[in-house]
Design a protein around this ligand. Structure first.
Ligand code: APR
Ligand code: PHB
Length: 394
């Protein structure tokens, strides 16, 4: 087999890159280890920055998002039981975010790819990239019991944190930056109306809590829990009662509870690999970086990597600008590190750290207190939350 760009992974990164390239007349082949149902079964984040919203529209997959997604003009921070609005729209000269679940983004992208006729091979086993530093890289894999070889111009590693792309780069060519946090997020999805019409991020002595949503009738809530917490210890009753403990009284009273339709615990981690490319292999999204979910940046960073690689490849194929290929990693990393910083900061300010001494606690409290009570501080939070600009590719 032959293609122009071989994409490993059919998560949001791989599918969005595939859609943009296909629409621009560049041939792609996507290889995905799992089945489509498995990919859609993963419940992930749901806050889209304007840059990602625009990119989805550009890829021709914005219709359902525009009809069903919810535009949020602000969110709330809760400190010491007091609700503090962050009015994104007025603090950023009119910018907002879109609430639309990653599962729905993925569903729309899958449908568009199927309609376009471009090929995605699901249940592709043992994908291996080869000859990455050569002119003509190739991949081997097994599909429906058959060994297959694909030759291509470029390989996009969109295969997430545990994928094969990053692992196929020699370890000595990569530098890894990492931070683990001593807690995780216990999340539940429930068919109940959200407690508030904006997202609520609450700092509380018992631990962080987040009230989010997927639609006017579907809520998503999270609680900070210790790392390695056994999920069996969390009945729905215990979850709702602990959430009420961590919310201000008025919100706790309004909270509508119900049976959970999904419940899971996710560890929190910061991770960046440098560089994000090796020869003709490029890393995008979770394959290259992980952020703790507190700033809602994971999916959005994947989108900005996709935008960068797409715009570079467009100029490579249309104008012969092969010089741009060398710049992919540096361009991505400038934005990645800013989002890493913001996600780390939001996480540090809002969570309880079991090891923290009294001094560190007070510093975190007063830092957040300062930020929310200062116009400059609120602007900084808002500017990062709606998403920093994408760098132009010239
Ligand atoms: N071969 C083929 N496919 C693979 C392989 C492999 N060896 N390893 C992993 N995959 C597939 C996974 O099954 C998954 O469908 O790659 C896909 C990667 O998808 P995600 O993990 O969702 O990563 P990405 O597309 O970069 O999405 C951005 O940012 O913070 C997050 O929640 C956010 O998941 C979202 C991500
Ligand atoms: C979510 O809705 O899943 C969500 C929202 C905001 C975050 C993290 C997760 O910061």
């Amino acid at each position: 087999m032959k293609t122009q760009v071989a994409i490993i992974g059919a998560g949001p990164s791989g599918l969005l890159l595939g859609q943009l390239l296909h629409a621009a007349g560049i041939e792609t082949l996507i290889l995905e280890r799992q089945t489509p149902d498995y990919v859609l079964g993963r419940i992930r984040a749901g806050v889209l920055e304007q840059g990602m919203v625009d990119l989805l529209r550009q890829a021709g997959v914005g219709q359902r998002m525009d009809a069903e997604g919810m535009i949020h003009k602000g969110f709330e921070l809760v400190l010491d039981g007091r609700r503090q609005p962050i009015d994104l729209e007025s603090l950023t000269d009119g910018k907002t975010v879109m609430i639309y679940g990653q599962t729905e983004v993925t569903r729309d992208l899958m449908a568009a790819r199927q309609q376009s006729g471009a090929i995605t091979l699901y249940e592709a086993r043992n994908v291996q990239p080869h000859d990455l530093k050569g002119e003509r890289p190739w991949l081997t894999f097994e599909h429906q019991g058959q060994p297959i070889r694909v030759e291509c111009d470029y390989i996009a590693g969109c295969d997430g944190f545990h994928g094969v792309a990053r692992q196929s780069i020699p370890a000595e060519a990569l530098k890894i930056f990492e931070r683990a946090y001593p807690f995780g997020w216990l999340g539940i999805l429930a068919e109940t109306p959200p407690v508030h019409d904006e997202l609520v991020y609450a700092r509380h002595p018992r631990g962080f809590a987040l009230c989010s949503m997927r639609s006017p009738t579907r809520s998503r809530y999270y609680l900070q829990v210790p790392a390695e917490e056994p999920i069996e210890q969390w009945s729905d009753e215990r979850f709702w009662s602990e959430l009420k403990n961590r919310l201000p009284k008025d919100l706790a009273e309004q909270l509508v509870t119900g049976p959970s339709i999904e419940k899971s615990i996710a560890p929190l981690r910061s991770f960046v690999v440098e560089p994000m490319q090796y020869g003709r292999l490029f890393l995008l999204g979770d394959a290259a970086h992980i952020v703790p979910p507190t700033g809602a940046k994971g999916l959005n960073l994947a989108a900005s990597d996709v935008s960068t690689l797409f715009n570079i490849l467009l100029k490579v194929y249309r104008e012969g600008r092969v010089d741009l290929l060398e710049r992919y990693s540096a361009i991505c990393l400038r934005r990645v590190w800013k989002a890493e910083r913001f996600s780390w900061w939001m996480t540090s300010m809002l969570h309880q750290f079991p090891e923290a001494d009294g001094f560190s606690q007070r510093i975190a409290e007063s830092e957040l207190e300062y930020f929310v009570n200062s116009e400059a501080g609120r602007k900084t939070i808002a500017e990062n939350y709606v998403g920093l600009p994408y760098e132009a590719i010239e």
